[in-house]
Ligand binder design. Structure first.
Ligand SMILES: Cc1cc2nc3c(=O)[nH]c(=O)nc-3n(C[C@H](O)[C@H](O)[C@H](O)COP(=O)(O)O)c2cc1C
Length: 216
């Protein structure tokens, strides 16, 4: 049996949503997790843990759509100032360090070093890369939109101009990109809207490959 929800379910009425829609928690659609690194105006490395993003490749290029960048954060500011950043994809092994970037968020902080990670120069853009991440996407700012007028978060489109990846992760017979050593996902508090009792804390996930369905 399927259920319909156009209004917030009664069991979720008192839920702390931290500014998110209740539909976030009922759909709990996975979104990839990564750190966006850039330089602040004082030259210090900035690190912003991000989710709510998708990626689009076409004839003209490969693009990252960050769908919810806080306009009051350093990341947004640095994108305005320098127009370049790196998307760094961590595996679960270093997630605890990635989380530390949220506490090490002072303007004068080297947010990467203080969190126990290593900054290295990107190849093509004016932004640091994080060495411990298995994939780094070097990006240039293209454009931004407000999903609805007047929101405090922007949807930002970046063009990926260089890709740097660990060879053991590129080889699916070695570490690969999925499972325990691969991409991390934010599943953002999946709740049962019929019986939510204020306890959902689950939000970190990995992707398990389905059995192979052929060559292409
Ligand atoms: C799992 C997770 C996902 C996040 N995703 C986003 C996001 O998509 N957009 C955003 O603006 N902040 C996001 N944040 C919050 C930022 O990481 C946090 O506010 C950060 O300190 C802001 O850094 P900045 O000032 O360098 O921009 C997320 C935090 C966590 C824990």
């Amino acid at each position: 049996m399927k259920r319909e929800y156009a209004e917030i379910p009664p069991s979720m009425a008192g839920m702390q949503t931290y500014g998110f829609s209740w539909m976030d928690f009922v759909s709990a659609i996975p979104s990839p997790l990564f750190i966006v690194s850039s330089y602040k105006s004082n030259g210090k490395p900035n690190a912003c843990l991000q989710s709510w993003a998708c990626f689009n490749g076409g004839e003209k290029g490969f693009y990252a759509i960050l769908s919810s960048v806080n306009k009051k954060g350093h990341l947004y500011q640095t994108l305005k100032e320098r127009g370049e950043a790196v998307l760094n994809f961590p595996s679960a092994e270093i997630y605890a360090l990635c989380e530390k970037t949220i506490q090490n968020n002072g303007f004068d902080d080297d947010e990467i070093a203080l969190s126990g990670l290593t900054a290295e120069p990107a190849a093509l853009v004016d932004a640091p890369r994080i060495r411990e991440c298995f994939l780094n996407l070097e990006c240039r700012y293209l454009w931004e939109r407000e999903i609805v007028a007047g929101t405090d978060h922007a949807l930002v489109c970046l063009e990926v101009v260089n890709l740097c990846a660990d060879e053991a992760h590129l080889n699916e017979s070695a570490l690969g990109r999925y499972g325990e050593s691969g991409y991390l996902y934010n599943v953002h508090y999946p709740v049962d809207p019929e019986s939510f009792a204020g306890r959902s804390q689950d939000w970190l996930a990995i992707l398990q490959k389905h059995k192979s369905n052929g060559e292409y």
